[in-house]
Design a protein around this ligand. Structure first.
Ligand code: ATP
Ligand code: MG
Length: 385
């Protein structure tokens, strides 16, 4: 019987710990439910047995078909997870534990072994277990070293022993969806994908809108925007409205060039606001950062935002460009963002006013009938998932 048990393959689990969730007193239950759902969504193409809700953490039960590396890389992108750790569960005998630890680290790697008994009724204590490790050190390949940062943690319970190697950091933050929906103005540039990351990190469920300069939606959807979406969807699967900008561009042909950019932004904001109603969103997110370009002076932002009812969030407002670039690299969007792309905004963006008057923008906006143009443009949009 004992032998048979030893032959059995060890169970593998991943223990998942929450991040900021503990802060949230009463809402805690909702956050945990949302996180549970999001983990399931993130792992929808993966093979595993179950996700157990164990009050202050989740336990993901893997099986022999599980692709652990792929699962780990997906968990690392689920907001709300503070950290997770792959765990091997074995029987609570010295032999069983030693066998499970045998190949956990490579040859000559220095490893600290820490043992703890949650159940003290067994015949051996932690010290005796460690002594056994020391006595058999030649068998392990790795070298036991109590000062090493690499470690094996063994927690012995009444029914089994749980062996953990490493804590893997999650992205932290709040589960996507726990702060409601947001319309995100996504360009092909560096900033707005990073802003999207931070919006998601604070629990906003993204619905993207991209205004494109192509003659038809299909071309835009096949452009690099598709790859950008794929990276962002790795954090949370969503959809994007591809809206043609040609109606806008035709409508502003006769307005002074210097206001074109602010007018475009006003137009994009208003269009996003219309989508807010459609998508039950209260928030609009942009990649604006103060003072970075002509359209992002305080004065121009005021002129742009005049008359808006939705809350506008600009997660990058205090970032330096270099910080945004570093983040874009970390989340995997930078390489795509810097590839050339026919951006609506950059096409005729020279000599733009840095201090547009809100009243003037109101006037031009009305004169060009841009509210109607926004509604028309939405009706000509296509949705990509
Ligand atoms: P980004 O790198 O995000 O393109 P930027 O530095 O080019 O930003 P702007 O051109 O002023 O700055 O754009 C500011 C924000 O306006 C963008 O971050 C994005 O949120 C929104 N925006 C700009 N162009 C578009 C577009 N074509 N479609 C949707 N949103 C856009
Ligand atoms: Mg841009």
């Amino acid at each position: 019987m004992g032998k048979k048990k030893e032959m059995k393959q060890w169970n593998k689990l991943i223990v998942i710990h929450f991040g900021e969730l503990w802060l949230k007193g009463r809402n805690r239950g909702n956050f945990i439910r949302q996180l549970y759902k999001n983990i399931g969504l993130s792992l929808r193409d993966e093979k595993y047995d179950s996700i157990e809700n164990a009050r202050d953490r989740f336990v993901l039960h893997l099986n022999s078909d599980s692709d652990t590396a792929s699962i780990e890389s997906k968990l690392a992108k689920v907001f709300g997870i503070a950290w997770f750790a792959p765990v091997i569960v074995t029987d609570n005998t010295i032999a069983g534990i030693m066998k499970a630890c045998m190949k956990l680290y490579g040859k000559n790697e220095k490893v600290r072994v820490v043992a703890h008994r949650s159940y003290k009724g067994l015949k051996f204590d932690s010290q005796q277990l460690i002594s056994k490790f020391l006595k058999n050190k030649k068998k392990f390949g790795f070298v036991l070293d109590r000062d090493s940062e690499k470690e094996i943690r063994i927690n012995i319970t009444k029914t089994n022993a749980m062996i953990t190697m490493e804590k893997i950091r999650g992205p932290g933050g709040l589960p996507v969806g726990s702060s409601g929906n947001a319309i995100i103005l996504l360009s092909g540039g560096i900033d707005s994908p990073v802003a999207s990351f931070y919006a998601m990190k604070k629990g906003l469920r993204p619905i993207y809108v991209h205004l494109h300069a192509y003659s038809d939606n299909k071309k835009a959807m096949e452009s690099k925007m598709r790859e950008l979406m794929a990276v962002l969807n790795g954090y949370y699967p969503s959809k994007c409205y591809f809206v043609p900008a040609h109606l806008f561009l035709a409508s502003v042909l006769d307005t002074p060039r210097e206001y074109e950019l602010v007018l475009f932004k006003r137009f994009a904001y208003r269009l996003a606001e219309k989508l807010c109603e459609k998508e039950d969103a209260e928030v609009i997110v942009t990649g604006e950062s103060l003072g970075q370009v002509a359209s992002q002076t305080v004065k121009n932002l005021i002129a742009t935002e005049r008359g808006m009812r939705s809350l506008i969030m600009r997660p990058l407002i205090g970032f330096d460009k270099i910080e945004i670039i570093n983040m874009a690299n970390a989340i995997g969007t930078y390489g795509i963002s810097i590839r050339s792309y026919p951006d609506v905004c950059s096409m005729r963006a020279r000599n733009q006013s840095t201090a547009a008057k809100p009243d003037l923008i109101d006037k031009l906006y009305k004169k060009c009938g841009l509210d109607l143009v926004a509604a028309k443009s939405i009706s000509k949009s296509a949705i990509a998932r």
